[in-house]
Every structure is written in structure tokens, then in C-alpha cells.
Design a protein around this ligand. Structure first.
Ligand code: ADP
Ligand code: MG
Length: 743
């Protein structure tokens, strides 16, 4: 909520302070009197909530126009909406007799009884938008209905007409003009003036409406500008609408998506839309979401989709999404947000999960199609002729679009569909696809070879390591990680999982370490980078790690020795810098600083407290002579570093809380301490506690939203995990039920 404190209340506060200053001895005052707020104050407070910024006014007005069955809606904006917002439509207009109450609060033509809300189809229903605008701006309405020969114009202030409606010439529909928005809310006007980005928000809003309401023509321009920034004509194709708003480069990289369910015991919905493919690149995710034709936001759905993209198409992980979800109106509560920006759905979680699955399948299928293409052009698995065929003689795949894809990108996409994920294909397709997998591998190897001959040599050893993972995979555990439901963290190390009717404890440190290891191998030589905000000097890092390792950190005797080890290790890593950079995206700059690290799982950065240990491990534990051993050891070092260890600070929500209390107690004992100093230390504890809270919360978030979804897609649990305590079955629900039955 964004309520404004206008000048009067703050004056009052000052007054009270002054009063207290004059009366140092506390006296029990009479309780302050409660009184009814003036109707106009109430309305203004409410208005500030409904109309938070110019773009919210535009949204309300455009929704009114859509509710009036308009086929053309034109918006003009001056000064980001603060000077003028004008929305004209060709809808059914407003009756003359309704004009006097049009802008009163709670007057609407769309709802009569509360029960109507259950089946409401119109976007408005509260009868508050126009009223609110008149409390925070100057509103003028011009309108004409079909039966009338001329239109009427009338202005409103604080909910009432300023004068009788004046007859005027008018074209079909309604035009609503808001001038001087927030003229009476100084603070808000000032903040908005400084930000000045509402015009782009308005353009963004209309772009979204224009895509969904493809049968309506929209335009939006700045006052006085000749060119409109959004301009669409009614069209029959959604893709055309997207093309005219977001451009051809977006439209050509979209695939259709659908999902639905009609089982009342789980969910009832129908979704259709478009999602971007692996050739679409953007800095930010764009989600156009309409639920029962309402433009809404749903962060849970957005996150669910983001995760699938990050896991499946890491290079194209900021997708463009348009989705229209239709549910029975009685399953949608539209009345949960003052600006109707959010709605709440019956069985929201099931719906989100179904949609997430549909997106995942679609992305996989589109990768799979590429697999087939590769196969067709590569029957003999050999030679450059086959690849040439791809670009010249195969008309379907050699359209201008596919030629635009740089070879390098094709390689990247391939490398992200590593052998480790073949079981996914096997599930979708019938048997006999195993050969296609190996054919695909050889195509990949071939493409890589052509691009960078040097890589090929490395690939054999990497491929061997990946094959080992595949061969060593435990099928029972694979089922568990793929189909389990994450319940929560049981303690600092173990997560509770439900799989069918069984409950398991799973060690997240082991699991995440293994997943990271496998992902390093799969992303080998194709990492995105994490840039360190401050490059860290290698030698100091190694010194730190050596000191940490030392049992007796106070003893300085060995410092010389440590310096020497640090020096040598730094030198060694400097020599290996090129290789570390090229294959693992570990960048060491000229000044021997560590400045970049690889992204192993998208949306996840490792705990930087562990950098020293990692660097020491790189310097000490890697056998640089044997290629395969070397890659394996570096991957293992990265895996250990990126694994989701418990944070260094003890968990404040358990016994760990003691750790943060200890110092405070000491202070209590040493009474001589200056009070000021005690207070200061107390604060440091609080900061530390807050830091610990954040670290633990962050870890738990990552475990739930990054680790488990990625494991589901990528992890091939090794056989050893079945016996080394990584998974422990704690209960079988069937047995538990039986026990309960007896009770
Ligand atoms: P609500 O949309 O919740 O009903 P509003 O304050 O937005 O409340 O609008 C009040 C009423 O004014 C609407 O119910 C509708 O009948 C009428 N109205 C507003 N804008 C238009 C328009 N552009 N065309 C026709 N009628 C309109
Ligand atoms: Mg409305």
C-alpha cells in the first residue's frame, strides 16, 4: 500500500513532540478522542490507493473502454500523465441520466449483488475508479450514446459534477480526460516527477492489452507527437498482434503453448499462448498474463517458468511469454487487490505445476526436433558433406531464419542437451532412440571439431567422465529425484522429500555437490560468467585458507612457509589461467586476482566465504598432468565450492541462536564497560544475526527453487548415494496410516 501522509498529519506529529518537550515529567494524558473522518478525506485516502500512479489511471480507463465494447481505444499522455491523460473510445457511451452520479464512489453499471462477483465478466465492478480520479485530478467526460443526436460534456471534482452537462458535438463513444493528476498530493507528485518513467509504463501496458485484445485497435502517443508509440489495428491473428507491438524479431521466435485440465478434483482451466524458443534473447523476462481476460501478475507462475527456462535453455533464459488462462469465473477471486492487479485462483498450485510441465515439455520437444533434423542430415555420421546439406539442400531447415542462427549458438544449444539428459527423450519417445542419442553425440562432436579443433581432444576425456556418470546412475534414486515433492528442510543438512507414499531424508550437501559436479562437466567450456564485484588477490585468498586450516591460528611460526606455499600456488594457477578461463570460466587477471567464476546453475551464486578454500584446493589438489584427472579434480573442486553447504554462521533458528547471544551476556557481566560501547556491540550482534538470517533464508530458497527443480531435470544420482546415507527412508505413509487406524 502506498498511502500518502499529507501535510496536516505530520504537522500534528510535530505539535506532539513540542508538547512533550515542555513537559519533561510524564503525566498520564487523556486518551485521544476518536472521531469520524470527513467523507472527502476518506475518499482521498482511498483514491490514493486505487490510483497509485498515472499508469494505474490509464489501466482503469482502458478497462472501462473495453467493458464498453469498444473496438478502438486511443490514449494521449502529456508529462508522463501528470499533466494530461486522455482516453477515447468508440464504445456504447454513458446515458445522460447517469452523468450526475457517474463519478460518485460506488456507482457502477456492472454489479448489483455481491453474488454477481462470482460470475463477473467485466473488468470493473467496484465503481471506484472514476470517483477516485476526481479526488486526485480534474476529470472531464465527453460521451454520446447511440440514441442521442449530440453528446454531452461535463467536468467533475471530488465526486460531483462541477456544472450541468453541456451539449456538444461528439463522435461515437466516450472520451475521458484527466488533468493535473495528484495536484493535491504534493509528495506523490514530486516523487513521480522525478521518476518520469510512467510514460514507458503506459506504453508497456497498452502493448499488453493490444496483444490480448487483438480485435481492438489501440494507439498511444505523447501529446503533440505525430507518431504513436503503440499502434495496432484489429487483427484476427494473435501472432500478428504480437508482431506489430513487439516486432518481427520476437514474433518469429515464438512457439505455441497449450495446457488444460478438466478434472474438478485437481483443477479446471484452459491455457493457450506463446513462449519464446532458444533463439530469443533478452535481458529481461517478459510475461503477458491474462486470466479470464484480465491483465494480471502472478509471481509464482513467472518464477515457475523462469526456472524451467534457466534449466533447459540457459542461454535463452529470459523468455517472452504470452499466456491466456481461462477458468470458470467462480474459481477466480478478482477482489483481492485494490487495483485488481492480482487475482487468486482455486487450485493455483496445481495449475501452475501443470503449466510449468507444459512449458518444460514444449522446450524439450523443440530441442528434440533439432535432434531429428540432425539425424536426417547425418545418416552416415560422417563428413562435412552432411553438414553442407543442412544449409543448402534441406529447404525446411534452411529458411532464412535458421541460417541466422550462428553456428556457435547451435553448438551451445547442443552442449546443453548433454548425454546425461537422454532419459528424458527416452521417456517421450518409443524405444530404439538410443541410437539416435549416439548419432546426436557424434554430430555434436563433429560440429565442435569443426569450430574449434582444440576442443575435440578435451572432449573425449569430458565425454568419458559424462559417460561414467550415466553408467553409474542408480535408477531407483533417479525416479525419486525426478518425481519427489520437496516438503521442507528437516535440519541443517537434510531435506524431507515425499515420493509416492514414502518419506525420505536427503542430504542436500551431497546432492547439490553431485549436481554441481555433473553440471560442470555438461557445461564444460560453455559457461556464463559471474563477475566478482571486487577482484580477489589469489595469494591472499590462499593465505587465508592456509590459516583457516591451521589448528592453532595464533602461532605465527609457519607464516613464512605459508607465504611460500601461497606464492607457489598462485604462480601455478597463473600459469594455468588460460585453461581455467577457457574451459571453466575461472578468470585470473594479470594482477593475479580472481575476477570471474562460472555460472553452474542459473539463479545461483556460491557462498563467497568459501572462495579461499576453493582456490587452495585448485592449487593443491589438482593433478595437472593427466587431462582426465585434471578436469575431474577441477570439476570436483568447483562442485565442493558451489555445493549448498550450511552457511558459516550458525543457524539462528535452532541452537545456533546462542552464538549470537553470547557476547550480549558478557557485556552484562562486565559492568564497568561504557554504556555506549555496550550498545554498539549489541548492535553488531544484531547485524550478524540479520546476516545469518539472510544467509539461511537464501539457502533455503535456493534449495527449494533452484536445487530441486534442477535436480529433477539434470541429476543422475550415482549408485553410491543409495548406501552412503545421502538418502534415508524415514517413513512409509501406508504404514503410518495403518498405525493411525489402530489408534
Ligand atoms: P466500474 O468500472 O468499477 O463500474 P468506474 O468508476 O470505472 O467503475 O466506472 C463507473 C461506470 O461508468 C461504469 O460502471 C460504466 O457504466 C461507466 N463508464 C466508465 N467509463 C466508461 C466508458 N469509457 N464507456 C462507457 N461507460 C463508461
Ligand atoms: Mg472501471
Amino acid at each position: 500500500m502506498n498511502l500518502e501522509m499529507e501535510t496536516e498529519p505530520s504537522d500534528q506529529l510535530l505539535q506532539m513532540d513540542a508538547d512533550q518537550g515542555e513537559e519533561p515529567i510524564p503525566v498520564i494524558k487523556d486518551p485521544p478522542k476518536i472521531h469520524r473522518l470527513d467523507e472527502s478525506v476518506i475518499s482521498r485516502i482511498a483514491a490514493g490507493e486505487v490510483i497509485q500512479r498515472p499508469v494505474s489511471a490509464v489501466k482503469e480507463l482502458v478497462e472501462n473502454s473495453l467493458d464498453a465494447n469498444s473496438t478502438s481505444i486511443n490514449v494521449v499522455v502529456k508529462d508522463g500523465g501528470l499533466k494530461l491523460i486522455q482516453v477515447s473510445d468508440d464504445g456504447h457511451g454513458i446515458r445522460y441520466e447517469d452523468l450526475p452520479i457517474l463519478c460518485e464512489r460506488h456507482t457502477t453499471s456492472k454489479l448489483s449483488r455481491f453474488e454477481d462477483l462470482q460470475s463477473i465478466k467485466s473488468m470493473g465492478f467496484r465503481g471506484e475508479a472514476l470517483a477516485s480520479m476526481t479526488y486526485v485530478g480534474h476529470v472531464t467526460v465527453t460521451t454520446i450514446t447511440k440514441a442521442q443526436l449530440h453528446g454531452y460534456r461535463v467536468s467533475y471534482r471530488d465526486g460531483v459534477m462541477e456544472h450541468e452537462p453541456k451539449a456538444c458535438a461528439a463522435v461515437k463513444g466516450t472520451q475521458i480526460m484527466i488533468e493535473n493528476l495528484f495536484y493535491n498530493m504534493t509528495a506523490r507528485r514530486k516523487t513521480l516527477q522525478n521518476s518520469a518513467d510512467d510514460y514507458s509504463k503506459i506504453v508497456d501496458l497498452l502493448s499488453r492489452f493490444a496483444v490480448h485484445y487483438k480485435n481492438v485497435g489501440f494507439s498511444c502517443r505523447k501529446h503533440g507527437a505525430a507518431r504513436a508509440d503503440v499502434h495496432t489495428v484489429a487483427s484476427s491473428s494473435r501472432l500478428d498482434a504480437i508482431r506489430s507491438v513487439y516486432g518481427a524479431s520476437v514474433a518469429q521466435n515464438l512457439m505455441t503453448i497449450e495446457a488444460s485440465d478438466s478434472d474438478p478434483s485437481s483443477s479446471v482451466f484452459c491455457m493457450e499462448g506463446f513462449i519464446s524458443n532458444s533463439n530469443y534473447f533478452a535481458k529481461k523476462i517478459t510475461v503477458l498474463l491474462f486470466i479470464n481476460d484480465r491483465l494480471v501478475e502472478c509471481s509464482a507462475l513467472k518464477r515457475a517458468i523462469e526456472i524451467v527456462y534457466a534449466a533447459t535453455l540457459p542461454k535463452a533464459s529470459k523468455p517472452f511469454i504470452y499466456m491466456s488462462i481461462v477458468l470458470p469465473p467462480e474459481h477466480v477471486d478478482v477482489n483481492i487487490h485494490p487495483t485488481k492487479r492480482e487475482v487468486s485462483l482455486l487450485n493455483q498450485e496445481v495449475i501452475i505445476e501443470k503449466i510449468q510441465l507444459a512449458v518444460e515439455l514444449q522446450l524439450r520437444n523443440s530441442n528434440e526436433m533439432r535432434t531429428f533434423q540432425d539425424q536426417v542430415i547425418q545418416p552416415s555420421q560422417s563428413g562435412s558433406a552432411a553438414v553442407k546439406k543442412d544449409s543448402h539442400s534441406d529447404p525446411s531447415s534452411s529458411s532464412s531464419k535458421s541460417q541466422k542462427v550462428p553456428v556457435q549458438m547451435m553448438v551451445r544449444t547442443d552442449s546443453r542437451v548433454p548425454a546425461g539428459r537422454m532419459h528424458a527423450y527416452l521417456q517421450v519417445k518409443s524405444s530404439g532412440q538410443l541410437e539416435s542419442a549416439s548419432a546426436l553425440n557424434s554430430v555434436r562432436t563433429f560440429v565442435r571439431q569443426r569450430r574449434n579443433p582444440k576442443e575435440t581432444a578435451d572432449l573425449t576425456s569430458i565425454q568419458e567422465l559424462i559417460d561414467e556418470i550415466d553408467q553409474n546412475c542408480h535408477s531407483g534414486l533417479l525416479d525419486i529425484v525426478r518425481y519427489c515433492t520437496y516438503v521442507g528442510m528437516a535440519d541443517d543438512f537434510f531435506a524431507l522429500l515425499q515420493y509416492n507414499t514414502q518419506l525420505y531424508l536427503a542430504n542436500v550437501v551431497n546432492l547439490s555437490k553431485e549436481l554441481m559436479y555433473q553440471q560442470v562437466l555438461r557445461r564444460f567450456a560453455h559457461f556464463n560468467a559471474i563477475q566478482l564485484s571486487e577482484p580477489a588477490p589469489l595469494q591472499e585468498l590462499i593465505m587465508l585458507a592456509l590459516k583457516e586450516e591451521d589448528l592453532d591460528p595464533e602461532c605465527n611460526e609457519n607464516d613464512d612457509l605459508k607465504e611460500k606455499i601461497a606464492e607457489m600456488n598462485t604462480q601455478l594457477l597463473k600459469e594455468k589461467a588460460e585453461m581455467l578461463e577457457e574451459y571453466f570460466c575461472i578468470h585470473i587477471d594479470q594482477q593475479r586476482n580472481l575476477s570471474r567464476l562460472p555460472v553452474i546453475l542459473d539463479q545461483y551464486t556460491p557462498d563467497m566465504d568459501r572462495v579461499p578454500e576453493f582456490v587452495l584446493c585448485l592449487g593443491n589438489d589438482v593433478d595437472w598432468e593427466d587431462e582426465k584427472n585434471c578436469f575431474q579434480a577441477i570439476s570436483a573442486a568447483l562442485a565442493n565450492f558451489y555445493a549448498m553447504h550450511p552457511p558459516m554462521l550458525p543457524n539462528p533458528s535452532g541452537d545456533g541462536l546462542q552464538f549470537y547471544k553470547r557476547k550480549t551476556d558478557n557485556e552484562g557481566n562486565s559492568s564497568e564497560k561504557l554504556e555506549g560501547k555496550a550498545a554498539e556491540e549489541d548492535e553488531i550482534e544484531k547485524e550478524l544475526l540479520a546476516e545469518a538470517d539472510t544467509a539461511w533464508a537464501q539457502r533455503e530458497w535456493s534449495i527449494q527453487h533452484v536445487l530441486f527443480p534442477s535436480m529433477r531435470l539434470f541429476l543422475k544420482p550415482p549408485n553410491s548415494m543409495a548406501t552412503n546415507g545421502s538418502f534415508v527412508q524415514v517413513a512409509s505413509l501406508e504404514k503410518l496410516y495403518k498405525i493411525f487406524e489402530r489408534c
